[in-house]
Design a protein around this ligand. Structure first.
Ligand code: NAD
Ligand code: UDP
Length: 337
């Protein structure tokens, strides 16, 4: 019998791509999303891409009674928990909102999972938990902490909570995935990242400049100790990231304990390298100016992804050209959406 996976935040950027890969791998998918940063039409697009149906609940994961109802209705084998707020700058302005939504949702979810004896969980963490460590590439056994904003700290706290949960009950199987910088989109152009308002992240910003919605990109600093002075990150195609979840899930279904994996390519690109790759691949100019550093930014962040490759058999297959092409393709298809 096919396993049933509950995906919280499943209509968001990474969640929607993961739903596609889960359906392609013959899992049944139930999505909970309160549409705080997504649209219900994403459900139709997931179904159009895969030719398969998902069950969708427009519910907050913080609503314990409603989450119980969902567990009562279906036998759920495992949960992938993407739901949460993710805007770093906003988290500095609204720390209580971020701690409340990100932590409460996880507590409610784990409590209900416990009640229904569903003890397999994959959690979306972030490279941000490595804080201002400068010892790249980051390995999973490095000390975490020194986070520079409430968003990052909420991820750090949740990692601690999940570790404590396992210590209290060794029946749990918990996989913590630390994502580096997901970009790109499904090649259909039907799903992708479409933040409301002015984007904070590099790729949505470049893409909006490319389609003429924004005038020029501001590059935050060119005086870092990097190849060309601009910040270096480990960009990973969102479809590769989604496949990392499928690999992690397949291992988790047969295992207990807490496992942590970096999901990055292991290679860093500077901001200027990304801009130039975008220009070259998409044959479109991206006007930019250099401005001062953005506070809280680290110079360099990239993953040591050996552990995921070795233990999960996961290997990213998309290169930077695919990432910038698929990002642009999505934005062209969804201009002013
Ligand atoms: P996203 O905002 O596109 O998706 C999150 C989804 O969760 C949205 O659809 C939103 O409507 C939903 N949601 C938020 N709070 C909810 C709640 N209480 N109940 C139900 N639904 C709720 O974000 P994403 O980029 O897909 O990120 C997914 C997860 O991965 C997040 O936890 C994020 O912090 C983490 N992450 C993202 C990145 C990144 O660069 N995108 C990097 C590291 C970690
Ligand atoms: N960046 C930039 N201009 C922007 C947005 C981002 O120069 O408008 C830089 C940023 O300083 C960092 C890199 O691009 O070096 C990636 O930033 P992003 O916000 O996408 O990811 P994160 O900071 O979470 O790694």
């Amino acid at each position: 019998m096919n396993k049933t996976i509950l995906v919280t935040g499943g209509l968001g950027y990474i969640g929607s791509h993961t739903c596609v890969e889960l359906l392609n791998n013959n899992y049944n998918v139930i999505v909970i999303d309160n549409l705080s940063n997504s649209k219900e039409s994403v459900k139709d697009n997931i179904e159009a891409i895969t030719g398969k149906k998902i069950i969708f609940y427009n519910v907050s994961v913080c609503d314990m009674e409603k989450i119980r109802d969902i567990f009562r209705k279906s036998k759920i084998d495992a949960v992938i928990h993407f739901a949460g707020y993710k805007a770093v700058g906003e988290s500095v302005m609204k720390p209580l909102l971020y701690y409340q939504n990100n932590i409460d949702s996880t507590l409610v979810l784990c409590q209900v999972m416990n009640e229904f004896n569903c003890k397999k969980l994959i959690f979306s963490s972030s490279a941000t938990v490595y804080g201002n460590n400068t010892n790249v590439p980051f390995r999973e056994d490095y000390k975490v902490g020194g986070t520079t904003n409430p968003y990052g700290t909420s991820k750090l706290f949740i990692e601690h909570i999940l570790n404590d949960l396992y210590i209290s009950d060794n029946e749990w199987g918990i996989t913590i995935l630390r994502y580096f910088n997901p970009i790109g989109a499904h090649k259909s152009g039907l799903i992708g990242e479409n933040p409301n308002g002015i984007p904070n992240n590099l790729m949505p910003y470049i893409s909006k400049v490319a389609v003429g919605e924004l005038k020029e990109l501001s590059i935050f600093g060119n005086d870092y100790d990097t190849v060309d002075g601009t910040g270096v990150r480990d960009y990973i195609h969102v479809v590769d990231l989604a496949n990392g979840h499928v690999k992690a899930l397949s291992k988790l279904l047969d295992n207990k304990g807490v496992s942590i994996y970096n999901l990055g390519t292991g290679k860093g690109y500077s901001v200027l390298e990304i801009v130039n790759a975008f220009i070259k691949e998409n044959k479109i100019n991206i006007p930019y100016k250099i401005v001062s550093r953005r506070s809280g930014d680290v110079a360099v962040s990239y993953a040591d992804s050996t552990k995921a490759k070795k233990e999960l058999g996961w290997m990213p297959i998309y290169g930077i050209e695919d990432m910038v092409r698929d990002s642009y393709n999505f934005y062209r298809n969804n201009k002013n959406d």
